[in-house]
Write a protein of this length. Structure first.
Length: 399
């Protein structure tokens, strides 16, 4: 059984799957609100650990199995990435797994800062003796093997805090860590979109995760530190109400385009027994529209600053809880001047997951597929090894 724990800013989600006739089947699902994270980073060990314990208990009740080993996926403003290149000499004229591993090792050896921990290595293409665009080089003939990779890493302190919450306090074993957008793409994007070129925007509570895929591979990723909570806080400030009421109004009456709603008065309870107050729905939606526009402009700016505007002919796909706001596709199209669609995790999802086909569950649902593929690979990277250890591994492979 495969168990995923996805750490989000507003909620922690767990999902358990088993293999059934060659397909994955959901046997347990649990999602709990948490106040222990902010912008994807743990700010309260006790609160986070408590929410994780509740999620694990929920998985146990639904699956009937004791949860001991988990894969952990997350995002956060402390995650960063870079593109890299590695190379190796092909040993026996035909590319072997050892040759691939040696090339990948050189791509990571000197490109991860000392205060960071490597999360994931994503190969985009292999090049044999100058021939580019190779996806699977094993068995091909040549002398020199190169690889282009996308490296995702985060602060060592973040990993330590997650380990404390999951392993030390809850007594679980973490098998591996993952950047959760690698999972979101698996179920939310089609193969045609990933090949043609597409930008996936996952707007959660604390962060907006921007990833660009082209020619079947991840070529760029960026975590932006404003998302659903930024919208909520803007409402709270503009209407002078608590954040909890602002969040409720956003979900119940919010629209991404203010002209689409009637200018009706919304009655909300006063604070601490005070008289109920009325707020304008039109004003509420004007604040929402401005806040989301700011997020979309930042995303568009990130695409342009990195020269990627011609790399996404398939446009933008939006996932995450914020995707549920009314009229958000139309606003996205206006701001980006590109195709802009809400993405649902509907591309080969696990069995028994019909109730989870929603934008906010794209990451955990897709992660079960991604993790299963990772487990079936002929080699993986030891995340606990530092830069020096990885260099030594590469040197040994070349001797």
């Amino acid at each position: 059984m495969l168990n995923i724990i996805d750490l989000g800013t507003s909620k922690i989600t767990g999902i358990s799957v088993t293999e059934s006739n060659g397909r994955q089947k959901v046997v347990g699902f649990s999602s709990k609100s948490t106040a222990g994270l902010k912008k994807g980073s743990i700010i309260n060990i006790t609160e986070t650990s408590k929410s994780i314990a509740e999620v694990v208990e929920g998985l146990h009740k639904e699956s009937g199995e004791n949860i001991r080993v988990v894969d952990v996926s997350f995002s956060g403003e402390l995650i960063s990435s870079t593109n890299s290149t590695g190379l190796s000499t092909i040993g026996d004229k035909e590319v072997s797994i050892k040759d691939q591993q040696a090339a990948l090792q050189t791509s990571i050896a000197m490109n991860v800062p000392g205060d960071k921990e490597l999360l994931n290595v994503v190969p985009s293409q292999y090049i044999i003796d100058g021939q580019p665009g190779i996806k699977e080089p094993k068995g091909m003939t040549g002398v020199r093997l190169e690889v282009r990779t996308h490296l995702v890493y985060c602060s060592k302190n973040s990993i330590s805090n997650i380990r404390k919450c999951i392993e030390e306090i809850n007594g679980l074993q973490i098998r591996k860590f993952y950047f959760n957008q690698l999972g979101a793409a698996k179920c939310t994007l089609s193969n045609d979109q990933v090949d043609l070129g597409v930008c996936l925007l996952d707007i959660g509570a604390g962060t907006t995760d921007l990833t660009v895929f082209k020619n079947g591979s991840l070529i760029f990723s960026k975590v932006l530190p404003y998302a659903g909570d930024y919208i909520t806080e803007s409402i709270a400030i503009a209407l002078k109400i608590p954040s909890s009421q602002a969040e409720e109004l956003k979900k119940k009456y919010g629209s991404s385009i203010s002209d689409r709603v009637a200018d009706e008065a919304l009655k909300i309870k006063g604070i601490s027994g005070q008289t109920d107050i009325k707020v304008s729905r039109r004003l509420l939606c004007e604040v929402i529209e401005q806040s989301i526009s700011n997020i979309f402009r930042s995303c568009q700016g990130c695409i342009e600053e990195n020269g990627l505007q011609d790399s996404i002919p398939a446009g933008f796909i939006l996932s995450g809880g914020t995707a549920n706001l009314e009229n958000i596709e139309e606003l996205g199209s206006v701001i980006t001047q590109n195709s802009f669609k809400i993405g649902y995790p509907e591309h080969e999802p696990p069995l028994n997951s019909e109730k989870l086909i929603k934008p906010q569950f794209g990451a955990p649902l897709g992660m079960v597929k991604f993790c299963a593929e990772e487990q079936n690979k002929e080699f993986t990277f030891n995340q606990s090894k530092g830069i020096i250890a990885r260099v030594l591994d590469w040197l040994k492979s070349e001797m």
